[in-house]
Write a new protein. Structure first.
Length: 342
């Protein structure tokens, strides 16, 4: 078989498809592979360029092929779609990937390490458990409201409801209801313990990372956001500048320009929504502090006079993202500007 210089691999759960071309761009092979055959097939190939869509399990396969001596590049699926020449099938997708990976203006995603993905598992699991805890708390409130028992919003109000169920002294809660509600209470408390345990693990990862500790010096960036930035981005030098980094997170205006007229709208919301959420929440904390201490960040106070709090929070998050890019690429820690420090 003639040696392929470029291979497009369409990955899936069990059935893969590899499409290879030579230096002249001519088709060399088109093979359907079962999952167990993939590593053996690529181990027999000489070093080549392998293109993969950046989707589920892509980072695992990228690390596996890179260890074999191949050059691997990951591409967003949306950027590969325009290269599909016919109707969608595995071979057409693999051919499109093979074509797209050679384009000089194609954008690629960095390959995450095992450590990066391990930290991201902590963050994703924590987020999922928080959603379950919120759902469980709302269920407890809804059931008790049917018996005329309500409390103030927030954790303290929910804690009083939980104590009411555990005590079993309120006559409005029947024995049947209490037995059923105790299942919800036990689940809620278990989720609380699991979330606290994950928080401790995230904190340990943050303290073991020098880059994460430096990012935490930025106002509005806590240990959670700092560790998530390091785990999600890795090499920030792959971004041209701070604006490109903010655009990746989805914190820049969406453009709809034509005929030389620039039209900027709301934020694009592209990229990682989890990072965007963390930075916006951190920005709200910065805004609350600035409102209490007017001498800090006067530009933010002036912006709040013209725009709503949420718009100001997005603007602040954009600024934080650009500062984070500088620290990740050039090192050092955040230092307050002289005017603000005074």
């Amino acid at each position: 078989m003639v040696q392929a210089v470029t291979v497009g691999l369409d990955i899936a759960k069990n059935v893969f498809h590899a499409y290879g071309v030579n230096a002249q761009g001519e088709k060399v092979f088109s093979r359907k592979l079962r999952r167990a055959q993939v590593e053996m097939f690529f181990s027999k190939l000489g070093p080549c360029l392998i293109g993969i869509e950046a989707c589920a399990t892509a980072h695992h396969w990228a690390r596996t092929f890179a260890a074999m001596g191949h050059e691997v590049r990951l591409m967003p699926p949306a950027y590969v779609k325009p290269y599909v020449k016919t109707q969608k099938n595995d071979e057409a997708d693999a051919e499109a990937i093979c074509e797209a990976v050679t384009r000089p203006n194609m954008r690629f995603a960095d390959i995450k390490t095992v450590d990066q993905q391990s930290v991201l598992v902590l963050h994703r699991t924590r987020t999922m458990l928080i959603k379950h805890r919120t759902r469980m708390g709302n269920t407890i409130r809804a059931h008790l409201a049917e018996f005329g028992i309500t409390e103030a919003i927030g954790r303290e109000g929910l804690a009083r409801l939980v104590d009411l169920i555990v005590d079993g002294e309120d006559a409005r809660i029947t024995s049947i209801t209490r037995r059923a509600m105790m299942c919800l209470v036990e689940q809620y408390r278990l989720l609380q313990e699991q979330i606290l345990d994950l928080d401790r693990q995230v904190m340990a990862c943050h303290r073991s990372s020098e880059a994460s500790k430096r990012l935490a010096t930025i106002p509005g960036v806590g240990q959670l956001a700092a560790s998530a930035l390091v785990a999600s981005i890795g090499d920030a030098s792959s971004f041209k500048n701070g604006r490109s980094f903010a655009a990746f997170i989805g914190l820049v205006p969406r453009q709809s320009s034509s005929g030389g007229k620039e039209r900027l709208g709301k934020i694009s919301k592209r990229g990682d929504h989890y990072l965007r959420w963390l930075l916006v929440v951190g920005s709200l904390a910065v805004i609350r502090y600035a409102q209490r201490h007017g001498t800090k960040r006067p530009w933010l106070i002036k912006l709040l006079q013209r725009r709503t709090t949420k718009i100001a929070a997005v603007a602040m998050a954009n600024k934080i993202a650009r500062i984070a890019w500088v620290l990740m690429t050039r090192g050092g820690v955040y230092q307050e500007p002289a005017a603000q420090a005074a």
